[in-house]
Design a protein around this ligand. Sequence first.
Ligand SMILES: Nc1ncnc2c1ncn2[C@@H]1O[C@H](COP(=O)(O)OP(=O)(O)OP(=O)(O)O)[C@@H](O)[C@H]1O
Ligand SMILES: [Mg+2]
Length: 152
Amino acid sequence: MQLRTENATQTVAWGKKLGHLLQAQDLLLLDGDLGAGKTTFTQGLAQGLGITRPIKSPTFTLIREYQMGRIPLYHMDMYRLEDSSPEELGLSEYFAGDGVVVMEWSQFVADFLPAQYLRIQITRLAQADEQRQLTFQAQGQRYQELVASLRK
Ligand SMILES: Nc1ncnc2c1ncn2[C@@H]1O[C@H](COP(=O)(O)OP(=O)(O)OP(=O)(O)O)[C@@H](O)[C@H]1O
Ligand SMILES: [Mg+2]
């Protein structure tokens, strides 16, 4: 599935809609260049999960946990993984845990990812413009169903 947003507010709104549909152990991979809108989309996801705190980028902490929503949100950014290892971070425990994992820059831990996930690619359509293209790519039945629900 592909869709376009005209500004950050619309991207947040799609994130919120998806957030309403998420369940524990869902894994979302957010791809896209620096400033594409991955963290902005996650703001919406958090709202859809009932999290009222603002989402801060986990660029330096790598993982931020939000426990106050319907289910926990584990927001990860692997861009500065550097000296930490995926094992040290306990990634597999998060994937098998009690909440939703949303990961930016997952290519840095590609070998440690489960086989099933929903990948969301966010692309800037023109420089100095607010248009973004969001492309949803589902791996596995759970995520195909999730995208089908999001379409409705
Ligand atoms: N249509 C849009 N969707 C999302 N963000 C948009 C849009 N138009 C403009 N923006 C702006 O682009 C910026 C996106 O920043 P954001 O931190 O979400 O990017 P990111 O992909 O998480 O980057 P990084 O890789 O550095 O973590 C924000 O300032 C946001 O307001
Ligand atoms: Mg970000």
